[in-house]
Design a protein around this ligand. Structure first.
Ligand SMILES: Cc1cc2nc3c(=O)[nH]c(=O)nc-3n(C[C@H](O)[C@H](O)[C@H](O)COP(=O)(O)O)c2cc1C
Length: 368
């Protein structure tokens, strides 16, 4: 019997039926106005029926100006509550703990969608296609942003979600405040690590103040630089994780390319990225995603201290991993996948088209 299938408890007392977590994934299956679409609901419900203990939704924008993809799930208005209620109810009835990931794209929210110049910690330029130089948020706007995150969390609560995840990873707005590459502010939100971490900590603090103690509030972080995302330092990220745990985060969720990767900063150190974070979190659970493809890898991550084994790409094609995990010799289907298979597991055309550029994900015969 796989250890991953045992129930566990969060600090808030919430029981989760197993250690499998659906990683947050943008899937562009929502309505144009950001309301939950039927395809979005069916996609997540199918993974809940497949046994995932915790389901984290795609990144949902808390302000119109933070929208980063067309047909993105949103939580910036009360009009979104009805659809979110249907979603939370469906996932809960299927036995999963539903978590709404809340976010703002910052510099990566294109004007073509938002109708305005992207905003960020500072003015900066990155050498990537279609990059639009952002303007720096004013202090008043930063406080409005904190309120928008809290309002998004309250709507999630009202809709029946068990909790929220504050998305502070992968180069989006909260990560842009932490990164020295994208934050050159000279006020209390820039400069020292204390100042660069202030925004995410204030959002966590304000959400905790506004919501009941058993409402789950997790935070997602990137441990180190990755691709175009620079300006992060491993020791600083470990310190931020420690602060957030001390501040009362219900979990810390690491977004990695490979859960077992060693730190770029210390290549001679045998410890993996998760070891560094594990060492400072005390009784705050660690969730981690990053190239977990086989049951053996998932179990190894669990044994290394990952309480919530978060599955991204593999769960797109294999919604029933948790149900099968304890079967002798069971292995998830490996990439690449055919369109026919993806449709059979509730991946709609919009999501399929979004996945086409992902390397090796779609069978080449289908991609043509
Ligand atoms: C299609 C797709 C969409 C994603 N969208 C999000 C997102 O909305 N929020 C987020 O924090 N990470 C997002 N990610 C990152 C995943 O949550 C996960 O960390 C990453 O895919 C690594 O896990 P994997 O190797 O199991 O796929 C996305 C990844 C994929 C493949």
């Amino acid at each position: 019997m796989s250890q991953l299938t045992s129930a566990w408890e969060l600090k808030s007392g919430r029981i989760i039926r197993n250690h499998f977590v659906l990683a947050p994934m943008v899937n562009r299956q929502s309505e144009v106005d950001g309301s939950v679409g039927d395809n979005e609901l069916q996609w997540l419900l199918r993974r809940a029926q497949g046994g995932f203990g915790m389901i984290i939704t795609s990144a949902t924008n808390v302000l119109p100006a933070g929208q980063t993809w067309a047909n993105q799930l949103s939580v910036h208005s009360d009009k979104h509550i009805v659809g979110l209620t249907n979603l939370a109810l469906a996932l809960s009835e299927a036995g999963s703990v539903p978590i709404l990931q809340i976010f703002d794209g910052g510099a990566r929210a294109p004007s073509s969608l938002t109708g305005e110049q992207p905003r960020s910690a500072s003015v900066f330029t990155l050498d990537i296609p279609n990059f639009e130089q952002p303007r720096a948020l004013t202090l008043v706007e930063i406080h409005e942003l904190i309120t928008a995150f809290v309002d998004g969390a309250k709507r999630a609560y009202q809709a029946g979600f068990a909790g929220i995840e504050i998305h502070s990873a992968n180069g989006y707005l909260l990560n842009q405040f932490i990164s020295t590459q994208t934050n050159q502010r000279e006020d209390e939100f820039g400069g020292s690590l204390t100042n660069r971490a202030r925004l995410v900590r204030m959002i966590l603090h304000s959400c905790k103040q506004a919501l009941p103690a058993d409402f789950i509030i997790g935070v997602r972080l990137s441990p180190e630089n990755r691709g175009i995302q620079a300006g992060l330092d491993l020791d600083e990220m470990v310190q931020i994780a420690k602060w957030l745990a001390e501040d009362g985060a219900d979990y810390i969720h690491l977004s990695t390319s490979d859960v077992f990767k060693r730190a770029d900063k210390y290549p001679d150190d045998e410890r993996t990225l998760i070891d560094y974070f594990q060492a400072v979190l005390g009784n705050t659970p660690l969730l981690a995603a990053g190239n977990l493809q086989t049951i053996e890898q998932m179990e190894r991550a669990y044994q290394a201290g990952v309480s919530g084994v978060a599955l991204g790409r593999v769960a797109i094609a294999n919604p029933d991993i948790p149900l099968h995990a304890s079967e002798d010799g069971y292995q998830p289907l490996m990439m690449p996948y055919t369109r026919e298979h993806l449709e059979s597991v509730k991946v709609s055309t919009n999501f399929y088209e979004y996945l086409l550029p992902y390397p090796n994900f779609i069978a080449t015969s289908d991609a043509k």
